[in-house]
Design a protein around this ligand. Structure first.
Ligand SMILES: Cc1ncc(C[n+]2csc(CCOP(=O)(O)OP(=O)(O)O)c2C)c(N)n1
Ligand SMILES: [Mg+2]
Length: 363
């Protein structure tokens, strides 16, 4: 029988925080803030670029260029911090709100745009960057992440996988199976829950009565940790630690990044129907971007030049996104079938013929 590992049996309710809401460093000593200054300014750049592109995506949807978009406004620190500390060979398994993670990984915004336009599933170009396609069926990506982690383990690779999921996803049966499998097999997988307080119109207090999402880790026998999801350095430090543990054979970790979705669930949602302006204002005051800018200013790392550089890059990428998406042609419908398996199966071939015949009839 496998040896039963010793696990911590407590989870601190207080999230790890390295930068206080007013932008000053906290007294937290376990995680370092001493990253190279280029990395510190790059984190800022990525957060701002993410927010700017997020706005462009919303605009494109309003102009009828996209089918839908799920904004990550307010969650930039949680996504940029957690992805920036990983190796490029570590696999990301996103839900659908992870624009910041895609950008850190170097996925061109136009490819993300094609997925939201519905012209292209985003699979192959994402996978070149070790990023699985977006997952709309809630929680399914966690099983894929665990499977991929177990595969890496068996191949003797030292890559880790990160399953991005939301607070709502933690109520799904798939996520229970993924967490349990990962723990039992010591899979090098980090479960990164962005608790943005809402699952469409369902608030976190209706989602679970556990003390926190991170506390669920105790039942699975893995470490659980809460982190301030609006603090980019805390997210960086906590994910770096969890990834290092996974990489060195220490198994999975459940991280809960406490954050807030400042925008609607998607462009099809009106959040004023189910949440108060007071609540939004409370979280808007905890916005991760001005907080980190104040921190950089305090460290003497912010300058007008940095701001100009960031603005110029944002503008360039916004134009790149618009150019890639605007009036982009539909792709060949055959792609739906040819990208599933390396070789098309007889069942899929029959479906393809059926669709072709149907399309020919409608022409
Ligand atoms: C299996 C499944 N059930 C229901 C839905 C409908 N649905 C879409 S988003 C969502 C809420 C998810 O909330 P959360 O995991 O907190 O992620 P967030 O949208 O807040 O980032 C639901 C229930 C779905 N897409 N898939
Ligand atoms: Mg949520």
């Amino acid at each position: 029988m496998a040896e039963i590992p010793q696990m911590p049996i407590t989870v601190d309710l207080e999230p790890v925080q390295l930068i206080a809401a007013d932008g000053t460093p906290t007294t937290e000593r376990r995680y370092g803030r001493d990253l190279p200054s280029e990395t510190l300014s790059w984190l800022y750049e990525m957060m701002v670029v993410t927010r700017e592109l997020d706005t462009e995506f919303v605009n494109l949807k309003r102009q009828g260029q996209l089918a839908l978009f799920a904004s990550c406004r307010g969650q930039e620190a949680a996504q940029v911090g957690a992805t920036a500390c990983l190796r490029k060979t570590d696999w990301l398994f996103p839900q659908y709100r992870e624009l910041g993670a895609y950008l850190v990984r170097g996925i061109p915004p136009g490819h993300v745009g094609a997925a939201w336009r519905g012209t292209w599933h985003g699979g192959m170009e994402f996978t070149k960057k070790c990023c699985a396609p977006m997952s709309i069926p809630i929680g399914t990506q966690t099983l894929h992440a665990v499977g991929a982690a177990m595969a890496a383990q068996r191949l003797g690779e030292d890559s880790v996988t990160v399953a991005f999921l939301g607070d709502g996803a933690t109520s799904e049966g798939d996520v229970h199976e993924a967490l349990n499998f990962a723990a039992v097999f010591g899979a090098p997988c980090v479960f990164y829950v962005q608790n943005n307080q809402w699952a469409i119109s369902v608030p976190i207090w209706k989602q679970t009565v556990a003390p926190s999402i991170a506390h669920k880790a105790i039942g699975y026998g893995m470490p659980g940790i809460r982190v301030d999801g609006n603090d980019v350095l805390a997210c960086y430090g906590v994910m770096a630690e969890a990834a290092a543990r996974a990489r060195s054979g220490g198994g999975p970790t459940l991280v809960e990044a406490v954050t807030y979705r400042l925008g609607p669930h998607t462009t099809s949602d009106d959040p004023s129907r189910y949440r108060t302006q007071e609540e939004v204002d409370h979280w808007a005051a905890l916005d991760p971007i001005p907080r980190y800018r104040t921190y950089l200013q305090g460290q003497g790392l912010w300058s007008e030049r940095l701001e100009e550089r960031v603005a110029a890059r944002s503008k360039r990428l916004r134009t790149e996104l618009r150019d890639a998406v605007f009036d982009a042609p539909d792709v060949d419908i055959d792609e739906v079938f040819t990208s599933v398996y390396a070789e098309i199966t007889p069942g899929l071939e029959a479906q393809r013929q059926q669709l072709r015949a149907e399309l020919a009839r409608n022409d």
